[in-house]
Design a protein around this ligand. Sequence first.
Ligand SMILES: Nc1ncnc2c1ncn2[C@@H]1O[C@H](COP(=O)(O)OP(=O)(O)OP(=O)(O)O)[C@@H](O)[C@H]1O
Ligand SMILES: [Mg+2]
Length: 252
Amino acid sequence: MSLKPISATLGSHKMNRILEIKGLEGGYGSVQILNGINLYVDEGEFVTIIGPNGCGKSTFLKVLFGLATIHKGTVLHYSSDVSGWRTDKLVERGIAYVPQVDNIFPSLSVRENLQMGGIRLAPKKLKPGIERAVSMFPELELRMNDLAASLSGGERQMLAISRALISNPSFLLLDEPTAALSPKYQQQILTNLDALRSKGISILLVEQNARLSLSRSDRGYIFSNGKVVHTDNAKNILNDPKIGDYFLGLHS
Ligand SMILES: Nc1ncnc2c1ncn2[C@@H]1O[C@H](COP(=O)(O)OP(=O)(O)OP(=O)(O)O)[C@@H](O)[C@H]1O
Ligand SMILES: [Mg+2]
């Protein structure tokens, strides 16, 4: 008989819970969009959130990153309560975020965009940060002096992800990074996320391309009307005919 690892016996898996959300309500000022979200991400996991337009997926990521208001509930990062923390403090804890829109500065060069991404870093960390971030995206390395406005949609998303990587995060929140991209770029961006995950970065991804994202995820959450209406391991969600008809047929 094999022995259980000590960590399982002691229940110390909690130590590896990078994010735990309990009863989260929030939105914009007094306007409530999130109506009691419970969700967790364990260290090293790739977790996908799907749900219809306007159900609060982006608002949820914004709340997590200190960009929208929490009314109630808690956000735990490695068991520390970071609810309502400022964005810069969350970045210091190793959290990074790639927004759904306006995630680059078109009138700046690629290099300047990356420098902006590392604006709070000590100067000696900026150069290696930029090198590490663009090493994943050889296309960007060739375009460093070009205006970001001249990049294709896929290259812009690569730049947005690179910017988020400059702070050397251990946990990445991404909001629909493949939206409006060609199938080739969708595949490429998600393959890049696989590579980040294999480097130990935990990922919480909001996606419309449900099949493409769930097929590489550990677990999934389905949001509707500011709530989690279903959660399961990603394989079960993909194979559930009821859910498949609704979400996967619509968005893949
Ligand atoms: N800055 C804002 N101020 C007030 N309400 C907002 C703001 N941004 C979004 N909302 C509202 O919050 C609700 C949820 O929007 P959110 O962007 O979180 O949805 P979503 O699930 O990300 O949708 P999509 O799939 O279209 O990106 C919508 O009713 C939207 O109109
Ligand atoms: Mg959104």
